[in-house]
Design a protein around this ligand. Structure first.
Ligand SMILES: NC(=O)c1ccc[n+]([C@@H]2O[C@H](COP(=O)([O-])OP(=O)(O)OC[C@H]3O[C@@H](n4cnc5c(N)ncnc54)[C@H](OP(=O)(O)O)[C@@H]3O)[C@@H](O)[C@H]2O)c1
Length: 107
């Protein structure tokens, strides 16, 4: 969060590089996200992408054509502040690729 706020304060945009966990996390099977998907009548992927764009981050999900319409639709609904916080609460500080850790990266 601190990095994100600092970047925003400097006018630097941030991209969520692997919005679906780069195959390393079972996002589709997460019960909290599944409940939110039911609540909004959306897919779990849409909930995740909406959470990202609603934070003001860029995401370019790598996807096949069958997901194009689904992914564009995330611009057409909003998550409540409470649901945004619920998703923040799922944070595990997990990194799919340890090379992505700014603390360890050989700048
Ligand atoms: N963002 C960038 O600018 C960029 C550029 C180049 C490469 N990459 C790389 O692309 C990878 C992206 O990782 P990721 O975490 O986004 O996901 P991912 O590892 O590519 O996996 C996405 C998985 O989610 C499934 N899926 C379900 N709903 C989807 C939806 N609505 N849209 C897209 N996929 C959906 C896909 O399966 P089905 O398709 O079978 O349903 C696929 O198995 C990263 O490794 C990153 O390095 C990113």
């Amino acid at each position: 969060m601190e990095n994100i706020e600092f970047n925003f304060s400097q006018g630097i945009q941030i991209e969520a590089w692997g919005p679906f966990g780069q195959g390393d996390i079972d996002i589709a099977g997460n019960p909290v996200l599944q409940l939110l998907a039911q609540k909004y009548q959306k897919t779990v992927s849409q909930i995740v992408l909406r959470w990202i764009v609603q934070r003001g981050l860029i995401t370019i999900p790598r996807c096949k054509p069958n997901h194009f319409a689904e992914n564009l639709e995330v611009m057409q609904f909003s998550l409540t502040d409470e649901d945004m916080r619920t998703i923040y609460g799922l944070n595990q500080n997990h990194r799919s690729d340890s090379r992505n850790n700014p603390e360890d990266f050989p700048w």
